[in-house]
Design a protein around this ligand. Structure first.
Ligand code: ADP
Length: 377
């Protein structure tokens, strides 16, 4: 009888064990298939579990190991941001205030900016003692860039459009005053200002319009065969007419440089890059436009001898509304939209855009366009 009882108990234990391991496997399968990352941390702050998506979101981290203090993982993550100290302070604050389910966003500087949201949640036992806590990780890049864009657009419309509008209104009202007879020279000067400010308004509105299309992923292209060398030559000539302190030269290959592209859009990219090369080399110098023919693509570059871009800012400059942190007040013209518009246009053509630069030693911007006739290269 005793023997039979023992056998039944051992059967029950076996069934329970099997049931638990089945539940565990189901749970693990579920956690592996969710799109969010999840890290479980014990009450000592050591990592006990993470799901597959965590590895993807943390970019294959070597510091993700069972038993590793989670603070090491979070420190490594903070180091991927512009201000590691500030990011770490945010995360440590969250870990100290788990009961309020804190949520922290980190802007990670990878080849492209990625916004990762970390949501902390505690787990208590019956006595309300912390037994473990979890961190849910979610890529909210798209969502936050939309939010940032909306906020920035409002701020831009409020601030940037107001100045030229006020100026136009002011000079038009002045000209209309009946109690003053303006001499022709002053009249001409006022009308010139109105004209320049209207141009500034048009550029601003065009940039904002392009930006919203870019964010919506909506770049309708009117592709046709375009002679790159011809286009570059034209842009260089137009730019040279605007500056006396820069020497603008072109280096063009002997072979044909025909691409299938939207000529107007590619010209816009070249103008933006050229304007920046001039704007950010206030002491003048050489600006070189170059086309290199590779088997399947053309690589176009524009190099200047200007102020250059600090290493840590380079991955950020193609982001919407990003403006250099260390720009002098005299260099503070622009909305920080030009390069993101360039990236939108080049990527819509199937190319890529990047920069090589060193603070104080000039910059070279590169972009590629597919070569429709590789045999020619
Ligand atoms: P904006 O010129 O209106 O600020 P952009 O999107 O064209 O906007 O450029 C973003 C930032 O990239 C600039 O604020 C500047 O810091 C940096 N930048 C762009 N081009 C250059 C360049 N040729 N040399 C140095 N810095 C540059």
């Amino acid at each position: 009888m005793v023997h039979r009882d023992q056998a039944r108990k051992s059967d029950d234990r076996f069934m329970l064990g099997q049931c638990l391991s089945e539940h565990k496997a189901t749970l693990q399968r579920l956690l592996a298939s969710i799109s969010d990352g999840l890290i479980i941390v014990d009450s000592e702050g050591r990592i006990g579990y993470w799901n597959q998506q965590t590895e993807h979101l943390l970019d294959q981290p070597p510091y993700l190991q069972v038993g590793t203090p989670v603070i090491e993982t979070l420190t490594a993550l903070a180091q991927q941001t512009m201000d590691a100290n500030q990011a770490l302070i945010k995360l440590e604050h969250a870990m100290r205030h788990l009961s309020s389910f804190p949520q922290k966003d980190l802007d990670l500087i990878r080849p492209k900016l990625v916004t990762l949201r970390l949501q902390f949640f505690p787990s208590y036992d019956a006595e309300q003692a912390l037994v473990s806590y979890g961190i849910i990780l979610r890529d909210v890049t798209e969502q936050t860039s939309m939010e940032k864009l909306k906020a920035q657009l409002l701020a831009t419309v409020a601030h940037e459009l107001r100045a030229p509008l006020a100026s136009i209104k002011g000079f038009a009202t002045t000209l209309l005053r009946e109690d003053v007879a303006w001499d022709p020279e002053s009249q001409h000067e006022f009308i010139e200002i109105i004209d320049e400010e209207s141009d500034r308004l048009t550029t601003l509105v065009d940039d904002l319009f392009d930006t919203s299309r870019f964010v919506l992923g909506h770049y309708p292209l009117d592709k046709e065969p375009v002679d790159l060398a011809k286009l570059i030559h034209k842009v260089a000539k137009q730019a040279q007419a605007r500056t006396a302190i820069h020497r603008i030269t072109t280096q063009l290959p002997d072979q044909e440089t025909i691409v299938q592209a939207d000529a107007h859009r590619i010209q816009q990219v070249l103008h933006n890059l050229m304007d920046n090369a001039i704007k950010y080399s206030p002491k003048g110098g050489d600006i070189i436009l170059d086309i290199a023919a590779e088997p399947s693509q053309f690589v176009i570059s524009i190099s200047d001898q200007g102020i250059g871009i600090p290493m840590e800012e380079q991955p950020l400059i193609f982001e919407l509304f990003y403006r250099g942190k260390s720009l002098e007040p005299s260099e503070q013209v622009g909305l920080g939209l030009g390069l993101s518009i360039c990236r939108g246009i080049i990527e819509a053509h199937g190319g890529t855009i990047w920069v090589n630069s060193q603070r104080g030693h000039g910059s070279t911007f590169y972009f590629t366009l597919p070569n429709p006739d590789p045999s020619a290269a």
